[in-house]
Write a protein that binds this ligand. Structure first.
Ligand code: AHR
Length: 512
């Protein structure tokens, strides 16, 4: 497949009447799993020169704050389906060491619920907790909910107080297991069995705390053989009991076909729209007005497969502690696809009300660390931090007229994709040029925006991620090789914004 020009110039109109919905800040969520070096030597490294009294790396805390992560899903992932949460509470030296079957590793349990909540307080994010519905059942989920959220004196809340937290943690968002459709998952079930388990667990959890919001497991990928029927069956059981259904999606370049990889956001769009359609069809058949939202609680670029289709990641030692697993190094190309995925989430802000970038530190992550050494930003850090900071208020569709390229999976794909957001102080615009071969100018009519706010606007910030080498990366040796640059050529004249979009580029603009 080859890329074609974005045209003599692409054009668009930023019209606030094309609004989608207010953006739920939970869309800028992250995900921390007990996996590889995410916790141990990632966020937690007692003895590190920057470690605080609790053993948390303050260099990582600062980067997570800069990233702008609203809520963080914890503790898994595949890990949660074998996890006993009680192992992670009480005096650290009395906690058991366990085998983690999901990642063939050893879990020391030095970090558990209390430590993680203390870390979240430092980074300024909310907790989204997953319960184990793989090797466990409703009773253990209720125990954890009572421990975390109950106010009245009980055996569990007394233990919480004895462990240093008399006040409830007040966790609002709860995931009912993880990827239960996946044959790799501990306790994997068919949709009918999982739907029944999720429904009875959700009902019981709501009896304990009616204020919580619940996420049922959707599909692990749109390519799963059960995709579609899984969502329908699970929601037929749970539609009255849950608020969200999850989507998970990971993308990677395969066979050296960068142009096809740059079409990944089309898959995410089709995924989201199919799940919404399915959820609304279940609601219609049940004659309920209830609208189930999407929690896109795992999304990223992940080099999971080799070109021959075999899986990439294996723990090589016998049950190592904190091995180097899933430590993908992200290129400019990866970051452009990643930025496009964020644009796609915002284009569906009316139904995607929560999302979690998978993951945060060292493990398919925007932040990397070296034990005893520095922490640095991967290329994907920049689109996330900028979108989280600049995308405020209401999301607005910005249809773009541009050239297209031909994808073997999706047919003709627009070269340029965009979304805007509008808030009290101004507007932000996010653009991606997916063409591998052609850059070019984009002209955007801002007059509808100016009429709407009854003021002229001017550019206050421009940020662009592009490079002559689309495979350039940041590493321990060269942590600042890739970054974003201001776009000197961008201008607003007579209500029209003009900007050059290089091939394979992601751009964020702020208008005030
Ligand atoms: O994020 C890595 C893994 O991907 C998670 O543990 C699992 O839920 C998914 O398959």
């Amino acid at each position: 497949m080859s890329g074609r020009p974005i045209g003599d110039g692409a054009s668009a109109r930023l019209d606030p009447h094309n609004d989608i919905a207010d953006i739920d800040r939970r869309v800028f969520g992250g995900f921390v799993e007990h996996l590889g070096r995410h916790i141990y030597s990632g966020i937690f490294e007692p003895g590190h020169p920057t470690a605080d009294a609790a053993g948390f790396r303050t260099d990582v805390i600062e980067l997570v704050r800069e990233l702008g992560v609203s809520s963080i899903r914890y503790p898994g992932g595949n890990f949660v389906s074998g996890y006993r949460w009680e192992d992670g509470i009480g005096p650290v030296d009395e906690r058991p060491t366990r085998l983690d079957l999901a990642w063939h590793s050893t879990e020391t349990n030095e970090v558990g619920l209390h430590e993680f909540v203390a870390w979240l307080d430092r980074v300024g994010s909310d907790l989204m907790l997953a319960v184990n519905l793989g090797t466990r059942d409703t009773a253990e989920a209720l125990d954890l909910l009572e421990y975390a959220n109950a106010r009245v004196p009980t055996a569990w809340t007394a233990r919480r107080a004895a462990n240093g937290h008399p006040e409830p943690f007040g966790v609002k968002m709860w995931c009912l297991g993880n990827e239960m459709d996946g044959p790799w998952q501990l306790g994997h079930r068919n949709a009918d069995d999982y739907g029944k388990l999720a429904s009875r667990t959700a009902k019981a959890m709501r009896m304990l705390d009616p204020t919580i919001q619940l996420v049922a497991c959707g599909s692990s990928a749109r390519s799963m053989p059960t995709f579609g029927t899984w969502e329908r069956t699970v929601l037929e059981h749970t539609i009255d009991d849950v608020d969200f259904i999850s989507c998970h999606a990971y993308y990677q370049e395969q066979g050296g076909d960068a142009q096809e990889f740059l079409a990944s956001a089309v898959d995410m769009k089709m995924f989201i729209e199919s799940v919404i359609t399915t959820a609304d069809a279940v609601a219609a058949a049940r004659k309920t007005d209830k609208r189930i939202d999407i929690s896109f609680d795992e999304w990223n670029v992940w080099y999971l497969f080799n070109d021959d289709g075999t899986m990439n990641e294996k723990s090589e030692d016998e049950w190592p502690v904190a091995p180097r697993l899933l430590e993908d190094v992200y290129s400019v190309l990866d970051a452009v696809v990643f930025g496009d995925l964020l644009i796609t989430l915002l284009q569906h802000a009316d139904r995607v009300r929560s999302a979690s970038l998978a993951q945060l530190v060292n493990v398919i992550a925007p932040i990397m660390t070296e034990p005893g050494g520095p922490a640095w930003r991967q290329t994907t850090f920049f689109p996330f931090s900028l979108t989280s900071r600049l995308a405020q208020g209401r999301a607005v569709n910005v249809p773009v007229r541009s050239g297209s390229f031909s994808s073997s999976r999706f047919g003709d794909v627009d070269a340029v994709n965009a979304v805007a957001t509008i808030d009290a102080a101004g507007a932000s615009l996010f653009l991606v040029n997916r063409s591998t071969t052609e850059g070019g100018p984009v002209r955007i009519d801002l007059r509808p925006l100016q009429d709407f706010i009854e003021r002229t606007v001017s550019l206050s910030e421009t940020h662009q991620l592009a490079d002559d080498d689309i495979y350039a990366v940041n590493t321990l040796a060269h942590p600042d090789r890739v970054g974003v640059r201001a776009v000197d050529s961008a201008s607003v004249v007579d209500g029209f914004l003009e900007i050059d979009l290089p091939a394979v580029s992601w751009t964020a603009l702020r208008l005030e």
